[in-house]
Design a protein around this ligand. Structure first.
Ligand code: C5P
Length: 283
C-alpha cells in the first residue's frame, strides 16, 4: 500500500508579533493561506527507514533523522504506542516548494507524513489530535494539517479557519536565497504590531478583505533583510508591475508575494518578472 499526500505551501498574508513566551517562542497573529503549489509525499511500508528526495528543490536537504519528515514519523510512532515502528517506512518527497522560503515546505512535508501514517497505521486520529502531536516539532504544522485559509495565533497552534471564500490573484517571487527562521527570530524582533482588528463582517467584499490585509505588516521583514537584502528589490519589483495592489514578504522570508487586481495582470507580471530576473523563482 502506498499513500500519496499533497503537501501545499503557504503564505502569511500578514504576520504580527504579539508577545514572547518564556521558552523563547514568539506569539503571533497571522493570516495564513495555502497556495496552489505542493510537494508530493509518498509513504509505504518497508524493511528499514529511508527518505528519498526528487524535484527542483531537493538539494542540500538532510536524508537522516534531521529531516523534519523523519521527526514527524518518530512523533507519530511515539504517540501511537509500542506496536507502530517508525523504522518500517519509506518516504519519498518531490520538492516543488522552495526551501528556507517562508512557505512552510518542511512543515507541509511533516504534516503530510502525519496524515499518511494516520491512514497507513489505521489510527483514525482527528486533525486536532495530529496538530497537538505536530506542534512539538514545528510551529507551522497545525496549519499545514488543516490546509485551509485561517487566522493563526499562539505560536501556531490556534487555528481559526476563515468562514468566507477568498479568491486572490497572487504572484509568488523568491530570489532563491535561503533564510533561516531561527536566525530571524534570534536577531530579536524590534517592532511588535500586536493583534490586529479583524474584518467585522462575516462575509467582507473582496475589496474590503484586500484593504484589511494591505493595512497590516510583516514584523519579521527587517530581520529577514539581514540575511537576504535582495528581498527589498523583490518587493519593489513586484510593486512596480501593472495591476499590483500591494506586495509583502511571507513568513520569515525569503518568498514575497504580490496581490493583483485580476488574473490577467498577475499572469503578465509573472512573465515580466521572469524576463527581468531570470534567476528568481516566479510562480
Ligand atoms: O517551529 P519552526 O521550525 O517553524 O521554528 C523555527 C524557530 O523559529 C524556533 O526554534 C524558534 O526559535 C523560532 N520561532 C519562534 N516563534 C514562533 C515560531 C518559530 O520564536 N512562533
Amino acid at each position: 500500500m502506498v499513500i500519496t499526500e499533497k503537501a501545499y505551501g503557504k503564505i502569511n498574508l500578514y504576520l504580527h508579533i504579539t508577545g514572547k513566551r518564556n521558552d523563547g517562542y514568539h506569539l503571533l497573529d497571522t493570516l495564513m493561506l495555502p497556495v496552489n503549489i505542493y510537494d508530493k509525499v509518498k509513504i509505504k511500508p518497508a524493511n528499514k527507514f529511508s527518505i528519498s528526495l526528487s524535484g527542483q528543490f531537493s538539494e542540500n536537504i538532510p536524508l537522516d533523522e534531521n529531516n523534519i519528515a523523519a521527526k514527524a514519523a518518530k512523533v507519530m510512532a511515539k504517540a501511537s504506542g509500542e506496536n507502530k515502528n517508525y523504522d518500517n517506512i519509506e518516504i519519498n518527497i518531490k520538492k516543488n516548494i522552495p526551501v528556507g522560503a517562508g512557505m512552510a515546505g518542511g512543515s507541509a512535508n511533516a504534516a503530510a507524513v502525519m496524515r499518511g501514517l494516520n491512514i497507513l497505521w489505521d489510527l483514525n486520529y482527528s486533525i486536532d489530535k495530529l496538530a497537538n502531536i505536530g506542534i512539538e516539532i514545528g510551529a507551522d504544522i497545525p496549519f499545514c494539517l488543516h490546509q485551509k485559509p485561517a487566522f493563526v495565533s499562539g505560536i501556531g497552534e490556534i487555528i481559526e479557519p476563515i468562514k468566507y471564500k477568498t479568491s486572490l490573484n497572487i504572484v509568488l517571487v523568491n530570489p532563491l536565497i535561503e533564510v533561516s527562521t531561527p536566525k530571524v527570530f534570534q536577531a530579536g524582533v524590534k517592532h511588535w504590531s500586536g493583534k490586529c482588528k479583524k474584518p467585522q463582517s462575516d462575509n467582507p467584499s473582496s475589496a474590503d478583505f484586500i484593504n484589511f490585509i494591505k493595512n497590516q505588516t510583516n514584523d519579521l521583514l527587517d530581520n529577514a533583510l539581514i540575511q537576504a537584502p535582495e528581498i527589498n528589490e523583490v518587493i519593489t519589483t513586484i510593486e512596480k508591475q501593472e495591476g499590483c495592489i500591494f506586495s509583502r514578504m511571507s513568513g520569515s522570508g525569503s518568498t514575497c508575494f504580490g496581490v493583483f487586481k485580476d488574473k490577467e495582470s498577475a499572469q503578465n507580471a509573472t512573465i515580466e518578472i521572469k524576463k527581468k530576473s531570470p534567476k528568481w523563482w516566479v510562480y
